[in-house]
Write a new protein. Structure first.
Length: 156
């Protein structure tokens, strides 16, 4: 998802590209994107220039949505699931550690809800060639080649 976040707005990315960039098996990524597509987080495009891309901006995708799409309900223990329909433990009313698992779940959920995919996408800095007037770069679309400008993956 971070790879797709980095590429947001530049069209679909192939799983082969992402697999190579992340050093992951393509078959594994195929399993992941199926769940992400079913959850509406990514869309697929068929064809020679096809692939996957985010369905919405990285800033609109909460990390909790991604985790739930890939892993299911957030539950450090089955008795502390955040899913109302999830099976409950018949001992939870007298269990002495259930309150701990509920607090752990709430802390994890709070953190995941407070972060978006954009929080994990490294900032792209543009380094301009000082010999080229800034006005010559104005009006270029995102993803268009920019002569005399370089993009670096440094984070701030």
């Amino acid at each position: 998802m971070v790879q797709l976040g980095q590429r947001y707005g530049s069209g679909p990315a192939s799983l082969a590209e992402i697999a190579a960039d992340e050093d992951l098996p393509r078959a594994y990524l195929e399993q992941l994107v199926t769940s992400l597509r079913d959850a509406g987080l990514v869309v697929s495009t068929r064809g020679a220039r096809g692939g996957y891309e985010l369905s919405t901006a990285p800033s609109a995708i909460r990390m909790s949505e991604i985790l739930r799409a890939l892993e299911g309900p957030i539950a450090p223990m089955f008795c502390a699931s955040d899913e109302p329909d999830h099976a409950t433990c018949d001992r939870s009313t007298r269990c002495t550690v259930n309150v701990l698992w509920i607090r752990v779940r709430d802390a994890i959920t709070g953190t995941l809800e407070s972060m978006t995919l954009a929080d994990l996408v490294p900032v792209r800095h543009i380094t301009l060639d000082p010999r080229v007037p800034a006005t010559s770069l104005a009006g270029t679309a995102a993803g268009d080649p920019q002569p005399a400008a370089t993009l670096t993956g440094a984070t701030s």
